[in-house]
Unconditional design. Sequence first.
Length: 414
Amino acid sequence: MKLFIKYNRLNIATSIITFIIGSCSFYFLLNYILQSELDETLKAEQQEICGYVKTHNQLPEIVPTNEEITSYVLTDKIIQTNYLKITKTVNKNTEQWRELQFGIKANGAIYLVTVDKPMAESEDLLQLIIVITIAMIALILLINYFANRLLIKKLWNPFYQTIHKIKNYKITDGDNLSLKSENIDEFELLNQTITGLVDRLQKDYLVLKNFTGKAAHEMQTPLAVISLRLDALMQNEAILKQNAENITDIEKSVRKLSKLHQSLLLLTKVENKQFQLNEEVQLDTIIQEKCKELTDLTDVMQLHIKLDMMPVKLIFHKHLAEIVVGNLINNAIRYNIENGELKIELTKTELLISNTSINPALDENNIFVRFYRHTNNMDGNGLGLSIVKEITEFAGYTISYYYADNMHTFKVVF
């Protein structure tokens, strides 16, 4: 969940609760004020009646109206002033009325005087004010939502710009990560921290890159010397008979070290962009040639090969294309099973190489990591798929892996 959505939900929930509490409080306060005003009107009527009795020693004549009903009832004692809320039916309409009761002595008799006033106008006014208040609250919430959406989006724009630059940044390009200076302290601190971290990573990467390149070159001469000396030993039949097993082991190790050396050199050249991607490469032809080269191996394993290809021409580098195709097909054969399947599909936009295997699904997060091996098989140097990934990224392609229907599939999108 995005921070903006979470903030908006919390903000709206808090606003709604606040407005509900405020509206309830406003309702009771307004109701109290309107009722107090009505009571003041009734009190003024009481004062008029009392003033009239004091002057004339008799109760004033009752003039019935729809807005006020006054009645006098003889009683035996003075009743204290009292305000009541009653329900009355007038003209077949049941309404809420406010009633004032008080006792008064006039012309030698004691009377209970009641003065009633309807509360309909006050209630109508109260309802109107509540409706307007609710509408205003809804409008405020709506405006607040869109205002927050616009403002927060604008405020968080530097953050998303930073994330976008980090996503598109490749340490292998050798460029510095340039982040815009911000006037918001938190974003400025974030940018400075990320820039410092990337600078340190880039320095470490360059050190490792230089070490790999130099190590690969430094290995070249000792490997050549070892190979020559080993060939000389193998030419000596007496020594070969006495140390056949040891010499064979040495030859295997030298061959493995030579492959590692060649892989490291290739990686260094690709990382340094020493290849020109300006050749027209007929990819379907390269795939057919590679399959033909490996016919003996596929026949021994009795693999069922399915080719579904269309002519595809790419602006690429032929040698690099051969390495990508060769590594993927070699892996598909090496880790296959007897009577297994090898399926190659080629379209204008993608290459898919699928194979059966005794191995379960591979680790998608580590499969392209250098020197990573997904089995205990020590054949190979763990650089094949790393080389494929480096080459495809160098060419602007993408490579991915997935496992479905008991088939391992590598997909290259052009």
